[in-house]
Design a protein around this ligand. Structure first.
Ligand code: NAD
Ligand code: GLY
Length: 365
């Protein structure tokens, strides 16, 4: 039996959309049908998720003109070549401008499907059905879509909002533990940014989350989506406040790139990155040792690393400098004035950063 725990709304005027959170929602075609009308539907998935959930989603849309395209799985396929497979399927099946794309998968499938929807015939509707924790609490909400380029991650893309987000938390039952932990990094991020009460709730409930207790997962997803929806409603195109969502990401991207994509999962790098941001904030006198210890304990309890790999301080610094968050040659970081008090700033001591990197990443690899 399907069960809805919560329905939220991302408020963006006439582009506002609902986020449904529940169990077995994949079988609830009624949640998707209102956005489709009589149009054609293309479900986009990958070769790991499709065998698990595609048939059920197709069945729930019975009676509609539904086709599907199954992409190869993996971040290495998040590129223009794979994107073309979506366009091939749409054109071969003569899909018109009234069609709707449905993303069934994690962040890779969601980002690519959204970008395909933004481009196909100059823009068609799309719906997110995210199946990883990371995509349920972060990438399916907010309209960042795109693909990687050999010279940079997520460098080709568009802001393009979905018409609806359908989160079936039961899909997390097939997710590997390591991927669940990676998603928890982004959940912790919301508490650290501006929701200290949620951070404390996570401290009390991390074990239940890792055991995939449905009510606990639903609450964590709801609170994360509500926090993200509020930020996106205020600053859709990251002119200001939305940059807070990059907490831990500049350190994290340095780890991901430095280690080679695939070695560390994105969420693992963000986990260590948030701890580094906390420790740098402590060096700057902005955050107490006790608060840093709380951050490290929670990240560790989520099954994530709290320290970076030994890339070497010079290399780490150089990798941080190529991050997208560098503006006008100035490195901007999201740092903490306390738990629940994140700030975006380029006003910090470069010596303190250098000391941190020498201490934590200084050993040559
Ligand atoms: P992913 O999409 O690669 O999924 C991780 C793995 O889990 C894949 O192998 C996938 O096939 C598999 N999987 C997915 N659902 C499953 C399920 N229910 N059961 C079993 N296996 C399942 O990775 P992700 O962590 O979901 O997303 C990472 C991507 O999201 C990156 O490309 C990143 O750039 C992007 N991202 C985008 C935003 C945004 O705002 N658009 C935000 C954060 C991350
Ligand atoms: N994941 C960061 C953002 O959506 O802005």
């Amino acid at each position: 039996m399907a069960r809805t725990f919560a329905t939220l709304r991302v408020e963006l005027g006439d582009r506002s959309y609902p986020i449904h959170i529940g169990q077995q929602l994949i079988d609830e075609g009624e949640l998707i049908r209102p956005f489709i009308g009589a149009g054609q539907v293309m479900i986009v998935s990958n070769d790991v998720v499709a065998p698990l959930y595609l048939e059920r989603l197709e069945r729930s849309l019975e009676g509609l003109q539904v086709k599907s395209v199954v992409l190869p799985d993996g971040e290495q396929y998040k590129n223009l070549e794979t994107l073309n497979l979506i366009f091939d399927a749409l054109l071969e099946n003569r899909f018109d401008r009234g069609c709707t794309l449905v993303a069934l998968g994690g962040g890779v499938v969601g980002d690519m499907t959204g970008f395909a929807a933004a481009c196909y015939q100059r823009g068609v509707d799309f719906i997110q059905v995210p199946t990883t924790l990371l995509s349920q609490v972060d990438s399916s909400v907010g309209g960042k879509t795109g693909v990687n380029h050999p010279l940079g991650k997520n460098m080709i893309g568009a802001f393009y909002q979905p018409r609806a987000v359908i989160i079936d938390i039961d899909t997390l039952n097939t997710l590997p533990d390591r991927e669940l932990s990676a998603g928890l990094a982004e959940v912790i991020k919301y508490g650290l940014i501006d929701d200290p009460e949620f951070f404390a709730w996570l401290e009390a409930n991390m074990e239940a989350l890792r055991k995939r207790q449905p009510e606990t997962l639903a609450h964590a997803i709801e609170r994360s989506c509500a926090d993200k929806a509020a930020i996106v409603a205020e600053d859709e195109r990251e002119a200001g406040r939305r940059a807070l969502l990059n907490l831990g990401h500049t350190f994290g991207h340095a780890i991901e790139t430095g280690m080679g994509y695939g070695e560390w999962l994105h969420g693992e790098a963000v986990g260590a990155g948030m701890c580094m941001a906390a420790r740098l904030s402590h060096r700057l006198g902005w955050m107490s040792a006790e608060e840093v210890a709380r951050v490290e304990r929670l990240v560790s309890a989520a099954g994530l690393p709290t320290a970076p790999p030994p890339l070497g301080a010079d290399r780490f610094e150089a990798l941080m400098a190529v991050d997208k968050k560098v503006q006008g040659g100035q490195l901007r970081l999201v740092l903490l004035k306390g738990i629940g008090q994140a700030v975006v700033t380029s006003d910090f001591s470069r010596e303190a950063l250098r000391e941190l990197l020498e201490e934590e990443a200084g050993r040559p690899s």
